[in-house]
Ligand binder design. Sequence first.
Ligand code: SF4
Ligand code: SF4
Length: 81
Amino acid sequence: MALLITEECINCDVCEPQCPNEAISVGPEIYVIDPDLCTECKGHHDEAQCLAVCPVECIIPDPDNEESEEELFAKFERLCG
Ligand code: SF4
Ligand code: SF4
């Protein structure tokens, strides 16, 4: 599933350059993840890069965007195709 940045985000900008899909951007108050672009890093890395670097651990699975591994890889193919 796509990941979600919660309001604990401190706008540190560490995650944004790590995203292979350019899914992370500055939102009105905190950074946001575009669920249409987030593949949970599938196809690029073994683990979610934003989760790995966030210093306050404010990135969680997005309950409104549940996707299977197959769907995430399909999204990766679509984005890179
Ligand atoms: Fe980007 Fe990966 Fe984080 Fe999704 S999990 S927002 S693809 S860095
Ligand atoms: Fe926010 Fe975490 Fe990204 Fe920093 S790394 S901008 S705290 S989500």
